[in-house]
Design a protein around this ligand. Structure first.
Ligand code: NAP
Length: 306
């Protein structure tokens, strides 16, 4: 019979990698499964991280590499594979992947979250042709051009600040007249001379034949419909948990976040959830890392309880 791990960690963002570090130190026989290198990591696409203690201003990719090498130096074992489902079996779980199945006593769901779609006409058709969900990945294509960022959270504001460095003009289109983003980010945004705020406004469609040419906008207060010419549209309207394949395994809330408290225990015995995929108040790198540590402490306790 195939070997049974103590713990399988699904995802290798800050939560999964911190859990891997703690699991190595706890001498648990652990495997980390990742779709691609640092698959669970939105941090990889973050230009600058300014609020992680001791690493002020670090580039997101460099930070992810640091997390990963720390886990690797402690002997963490990684497998690049796509998880298709997790099933219960006598004494544990079977984690089914595209190319292999693994047996384990406990599972940590640390699959993170991905960008949410806006759901307007033209968005899907023009994705990759001017519509983007990642400013640090695609911003360079818009050097000297015009870009519009849609959203008012941390990601939208960080994206706009990043784009303002290279674009001729950046519009930030937000559905209210107050941003959700951290005040310090807002200050930096408002200091950019080439950024223009478009308040109380929603995008009704993304327009263009071969590539993005304009946005149709509607002012929510006046009802006025207008056209904004732009070369790029960066959509940053929040995240959605990567939890679809775990439906039926452990309880989720109405948005699909896996229900678990600070101890990361889910409704299923031996299944834990950490990072952005878990129900929580604040989704940050530091809280994801904290989850990774807490989750492994709970895994150890669970294994001892036997
Ligand atoms: P977020 O905080 O949920 O913000 C989403 C923004 O998009 C909000 O301003 C929201 O408007 C707007 N929005 C949502 N649906 C919309 C729609 N259909 N049409 C138009 N606008 C829409 O998401 P996020 O900025 O992606 O951040 C995700 C999480 O990561 C957050 O918890 C954030 O704090 C965290 N994060 C932190 C940092 C950092 O600390 N440096 C950096 C990046 C991300 P309303 O404001 O009106 O709801």
């Amino acid at each position: 019979m195939e070997k049974q791990y103590d713990l399988i960690i699904i995802g290798s963002g800050p939560a999964g990698l911190t859990a891997a570090i703690y699991a190595q130190r706890a001498m648990l026989d652990t495997l980390v499964i990742e779709k691609e290198m640092m698959s669970g990591g939105q941090v990889v696409n973050t230009y600058e991280v300014d609020n992680y203690p001791g690493l002020k201003g670090i580039n997101g990719f460099d930070m992810a590499v640091k997390f990963r090498s720390h886990a690797e130096e402690l002997g963490a074992v990684f497998s690049e594979d796509e998880v298709t489902g997790v099933e219960r079996e006598e004494g544990g779980y079977v984690v089914r992947c595209a190319s292999h199945s693994y047996r384990t006593r406990t599972v940590l769901l640390a699959s993170g979250a991905s960008h949410r779609k806006l759901g307007v006409p033209g968005e899907e058709r023009l994705a990759g042709k001017g519509v983007s969900y990642c400013a640090t990945c695609d911003g360079a294509f818009f050097r000297g051009k015009t870009a519009a960022v849609i959203g008012g959270g941390d990601v939208a504001v960080e994206d706009a600040i990043f784009l303002a460095r290279m674009c001729r003009k950046v519009y930030v289109i937000h559905r209210r007249e107050e941003l959700r983003a951290a005040k310090s980010l807002q200050e930096r945004l408002f200091a950019q001379p080439n950024v223009e705020m478009v308040w109380n406004t929603v995008a009704e469609s993304v327009n263009g034949d071969e590539k993005v040419e304009s946005l149709t906008l509607r002012n929510k207060v006046t009802g006025e419909v207008s056209t904004l010419e732009t070369d790029g549209v960066f959509i940053a309207v929040g995240i959605t948990p990567s939890s679809e394949i775990f439906r039926g395994l452990a309880k989720q809330d109405e948005q699909g976040y896996i229900q678990a408290g600070e101890d990361c225990r889910t409704s299923a015995p031996g299944v834990f959830a950490a990072g952005d995929v878990r129900t929580k108040q604040l989704r940050q790198i530091v809280t994801a890392a904290a989850d990774g540590a807490n989750a492994v402490a709970s895994v150890e306790r669970y294994l001892l309880e036997g």
